[in-house]
Design a protein around this ligand. Structure first.
Ligand code: ADP
Length: 331
């Protein structure tokens, strides 16, 4: 029997950071390795143009995210790795789903409200319609599982609602997808432990391609709480707890943050930060090397995306055929 389909995507915008790695990339690779799913991983470039961008940088950003996928262990021989805009059916299905989406459902989306507040000069219809395009991305492949961060669960809920609505009205066509959350807690900003690490605030980010010196400098400057003893106390010492969470995430032995804190008992914050910086730099060294090697051959990445997109197009065509039959558009 065919395996259930898994779909996820990352926008090509700024560089990816360690939050993206533990919240998304590492999870994607583990799901691919589990062998339980037929996986599709997409560079969702059409989503990325809903926010301000420079067309001169876009191609490089698309290739960089594809390289991030590969460096994280996603394998084009086992997973379909592709570019959203090379599969026109994403936009086509989004349009069709628009016709069954109540405006009120989109108006209450938290991410839309946040982004609209952040880019007041560019509150475009695409930003508003983003969750419908995301529903199309998922439903197009009849994906059952979608690894996401918790900030995306509201969008997954919409995809489920639209699948149900379409099926009820036109006959069983789509699968209702489920979101899969990563195990690692949210990595918070190095500058403000109350905010998540986010590309929109680059000053608080530890980027995946930061070299060892940059990692040391950023961690040395990371905000911690007053106090001197290294202890894991997320409620009262969130800055330190975030660094301990990060240490646990990069630790090859996968020890708990509390266990890591004990290793530094009796030591200063500065000793702990030095240890953390080395652990982070060591953990991402193979990643940075793999990415640098990939960057030397952009044509290979372009070819891989074209091949993945061709496969995705074939899968998408089957669904669109069915959708058009159901809607009475097939003449
Ligand atoms: P950003 O907020 O940096 O723009 P995106 O919204 O593009 O990140 O998220 C891409 C993926 O990375 C999503 O699956 C998201 O849940 C995950 N992610 C983003 N930031 C973090 C973080 N700080 N900690 C854990 N996961 C994160």
């Amino acid at each position: 029997m065919a395996k259930p389909i898994l779909f996820s995507g990352i926008q090509p915008s700024e560089r990816l950071h360690v939050g993206n790695y533990f919240g998304a990339l590492e999870h994607f690779a583990a799901l691919q390795e589990s062998g339980k799913f037929d996986c599709l991983f997409c560079v969702v470039d059409l989503h990325s143009i809903t926010e301000s961008f420079d067309p001169k940088e876009k191609k490089e950003q698309i290739l960089a995210v594809a390289a991030d996928f590969l460096a994280a262990g996603l394998d084009p021989a086992r997973s379909v790795i592709f570019q959203q805009s090379q599969v026109a059916a994403h936009s086509e299905l989004a349009w069709i789903l628009n016709t069954i989406t109540p405006i009120g459902e989109l108006e209450r989306m938290t991410q839309y409200k946040d982004k609209a507040a952040r880019q007041k000069e560019n509150v475009n219809v695409g930003l508003f319609d983003y969750p419908v395009l995301m529903a199309a991305d998922i439903l197009l492949y009849r994906a059952a599982a979608v690894p996401v961060g918790d900030d995306q669960l509201q969008h997954i809920e919409l995809a489920r609602t639209l699948a149900r609505k379409f099926n009820n009205r036109f006959g069983k066509t789509f699968i209702e997808p489920k979101g899969l959350l990563a195990r690692t807690p949210r990595i918070m900003s190095l500058k403000d432990p109350a905010k998540k690490m986010s590309k929109s605030q680059p000053e608080g980010c530890l980027f995946l391609d930061d070299d060892a010196d940059a990692v040391r400098a950023k961690i040395a400057r990371a905000v911690t709480d007053s106090g001197s003893e290294v202890a894991y106390d997320p409620d009262h010492r969130p800055g330190l707890a975030n660094l301990l969470d990060l240490y646990a995430a990069v630790d090859p032995d996968r020890r708990e943050p509390k266990t890591i804190a004990k290793l530094f008992a009796g030591k200063q914050y500065a000793d702990f930060k030095r240890g953390l910086a080395e652990a982070v730099a060591r953990r991402f060294e193979p990643y940075r090397k793999a990415k640098a090697e990939l960057a030397r051959h952009p044509e290979r990445i372009t070819a891989m995306l074209a091949e993945g997109s061709a496969k995705a197009n074939r899968m998408a065509a089957e669904t669109m055929h069915d959708v058009k039959e159901k809607l009475g558009l097939a003449v």
